[in-house]
Design a protein around this ligand. Structure first.
Ligand code: GSH
Length: 342
């Protein structure tokens, strides 16, 4: 664990990690956009961009999912860091399951940040979208990188699927905002809380939101109706880690995802979408969380369980019987417009 201080790596945390016991997540720093027409200064081109990811990280995982779904593996290269994040932060490795830094030849991700900006101060996080042409980081915010992969590289893929369709954007944005706060970031709020009150507030908010998602998925095949959208993939990367990591390591233990009939079937359906299972590494996920956060798990012992089977059959086809995506959306519109609360 560490950070860059005007380009110099320092171990520890830059400033307070918590405020009133609540974990504080910093804003991502690099916020440029790749666009199909190049108007942003970063034109979408095959072979030009590189993704630095960790298979353990739910935010980085989103970008791997979109790269896979949009069949952009040939157009966008990737490095996969070692699962353990220790004194030097994220490190490159040629251990099986990792892919070294073939672009910049760095040993540590902080060196990539320093190459992009020699005076950079702040955290060194994955994912990172690197531009090989100008030699800099375009963006290190997963929610924005997935939008680029979804919409800006269509000239270099035969996959027309749109995971952020114009007609559903308002609904997707609303669901995303609610689930980001309460679930995606909520599990971290539980895990890294340093007061009982902060932990309990995050815990209650998390399970209120999971109950809300469970009820919504009892009426609707996906979060925004009858078609899979970005909102589903953003929830997926948290759900797939939940029972193995967040339940125990982050003390999110009111219920497992396996205890929610709709969420668990939905999780299995998403996992079984062609190509997605290849983006999930339970080995990296478990080794990263249990081995890196020594303040939570001083011995670094990685639990052997739980036994999980995301390949088991799911029941989500039951929604297909009510009609195609459009018909399902109409039938579900009452569910789609309900107030998000909690
Ligand atoms: N808002 C960022 C968050 C990324 C993030 O926090 N990644 C974690 C891994 S799960 C990380 O690299 N942490 C390293 C650190 O904070 O030192 C995004 O969604 O891209």
């Amino acid at each position: 664990m560490g950070y860059l201080d005007r380009g110099v790596w320092r171990t520890g945390y830059d400033g307070a990690r918590t405020r009133n016991g609540e974990f504080v997540r910093r804003e991502s720093f690099f916020r440029n956009f790749v666009t199909a027409d190049g108007s942003s200064g970063f034109r979408a081109e095959p072979g030009r961009y590189h993704l630095y990811v960790s298979l353990a990280c739910p935010w980085a995982h989103r970008t791997l999912v979109l790269r896979k779904l949009k069949r952009l593996e040939g157009a966008i290269s990737v490095s996969i860091v070692h699962p353990l994040m220790r004194e030097q932060g994220w490190a490159f490795s040629d251990e099986p399951g990792c892919i070294p830094d073939t672009v910049n030849g760095c040993d540590y991700l902080h060196q990539v940040y320093a190459k992009a900006r020699p005076d950079y101060s702040g955290r060194v996080t994955v994912p990172v979208l690197w531009d090989k042409l100008t030699g800099t980081i375009v963006n290190n915010e997963s929610s924005e990188i997935i939008r680029m992969l979804n919409g800006e590289f269509n000239a270099f893929t035969d996959v027309a699927a749109d995971y952020y369709p114009a007609a559903l954007r308002a609904e997707i944005d609303e669901v995303n905002a609610y689930l980001y706060e309460s679930v995606n970031n909520g599990v971290y709020q539980c895990g890294f809380a340093t007061t009982q009150g902060a932990y309990e507030r995050a815990f209650d908010q998390l399970f209120t939101a999971l109950d809300w998602a469970e009820a919504r998925l009892a009426r609707s095949r996906y979060l925004a109706g009858g078609q899979i959208t970005e909102a589903d993939w953003r929830l997926f990367t948290t759900l797939v880690r939940f029972d193995a990591v967040y339940y125990g390591h982050f003390k999110c233990n009111l219920r497992r995802i396996a205890d929610y009939p709709n969420l668990s079937n939905y999780l299995r359906e998403l996992y079984q979408v062609p190509g997605i299972a290849e983006t999930v590494s339970m080995d990296h996920i478990k080794r990263h969380y249990h081995g890196s956060h020594r303040e939570l798990n001083p011995g670094g012992i990685v639990p052997k369980g739980p036994s999980l089977d995301f390949d088991a059959p799911h029941d989500r086809e039951r929604f297909a019987a009510s009609g195609g995506p459009a018909a399902r959306r109409d039938a579900n519109s009452a569910g789609g417009t309900e107030r998000i609360s909690g």
